[in-house]
Design a binder for this molecule. Sequence first.
Ligand code: NAD
Length: 476
Amino acid sequence: MKTYANTVNGRPVTSDRSFESKNPATGEVLGLVPHSSADQVAQAVAAAKAAQPAWAARPDAERKALLMKVAEAIKANADDLARWVTREQGKPLGGVGPDQVPGARFEIWGCEVWTQVPASLELPVETVFEDETRRDEMHRKPFGVIAAIAPWNWPLLIAIWQIVPSLRAGNTVVIKPSEYTSIGTLELVRLIAEILPPGVVNTVSGPGEVGAQLVENRDIDKIMFTGSSATGSRIAAIAAKNLTPTTMELGGNDAAIVLPDADPKAMAMGLFWGAFINMGQTCAAAKRLYVHESLYDAVVAELKALATAMPMGNGMDDGVVMGPIQNRMQFDKVVSLVDQARAGGATIVCGGEAKAGPGNFYPLTLVTDIADGASLVDQEQFGPVLPIIKYRDVEDAIASANRLEAGLGASVWSTDIDKARAVAARIEAGTVWINQHGMIHPMVPFGGTKGSGWGVEFGVDGLKAVTQPQVISIKK
Ligand code: NAD
């Protein structure tokens, strides 16, 4: 069985200990992943620290050009990388384009685009004040060494979101992928590292304790974390002790509100993918649907028609639209939340019964006759389930959307954009989409509010977030 290597200082590194990476569709062991030792974590940080001054000192144009080469390498290896994503994470290979299933090929295309865009952005020096006595300039400097901790749901894309802007701004990086989806990320970073000077991007791998060793290293200058709110809270406590700045992209429980004037047929496909992209294992997927009573039955019928028509299976097979749930822990959580809803009197419109093994397959599940307070509504279930809640007064739907600690995304569906915008403005979430859900873009800042975290990624604001401002103040 092949052991995949970390990349530290441009060289492959394995460890005395390793663990298995499994295909969630088949249970097959795909390979072994090193469990980085504490010393190896320290070595990776030391390599990043040693490489950082020279990397930051390079002309901006050189860093941009190297990152454009990274984008080319991702494109040239897109097929291999997509296969890793499908075999390790579960999403089907799918394709790229509006009529294609947004699966692993879409994820790798996203990696390419989310590399090109930050590589093309500028952070010019701003003159923030000037008069006859003084001129004050705002410069943007890198932090130094960035620790990146990634989750398992969009493993390569999220790694790119953390790595590329950081490098673009002159930081170096040590990234720890999720222990559930390490190989694809190790392979991606190996490719990236071949293009860059040694030590500029490094990996460590292992479970949460390896992540903890990384973030508590005193040579880490900023932490980029994407994952659950519970882990985010633990990392924020370490960061508070060391006064390390953080970006926290945490869990969501996005509400989607369907206003009385929406068109159930026209919006059904957008709403469906807003909820079920990547089997609902997406931070900003619609996880609670609030539908006005006048449209309730029509919306449920449209979604049921779509949910029951999507072929589910091994994502490597042609024609598969939905894959497995990525890991058993997540699978058991989904089973338990649906069982609790059923026991509480909810109606399971479709799905609701786990499929027999070996893969972690759970059918797309719609749940009605359910209300706020049910654990399926209140907790981030992070799976292929959508509770649909009936409302009469839009004020109640807004209050429902805002009543939880989560504040990542939300959406409002209506044929009247002004009406939808007025509702959107009152929702406590980092992004509120109108007549779409989860439609992120590399130029548009994305981040959470409340328990969903702080800081943004993407666009110029995302690039600023991996820099620290320095004012140079000149007496005239
Ligand atoms: P998780 O919090 O369990 O794990 C995330 C990462 O943190 C993994 O690499 C894990 O090994 C590491 N980790 C665990 N304990 C640690 C510790 N004490 N110190 C340092 N690192 C530690 O999350 P997950 O289950 O992998 O991912 C799913 C969660 O991520 C969901 O809640 C989802 O909403 C969230 N998420 C958020 C966004 C966003 O942009 N807001 C994007 C994707 C996923």
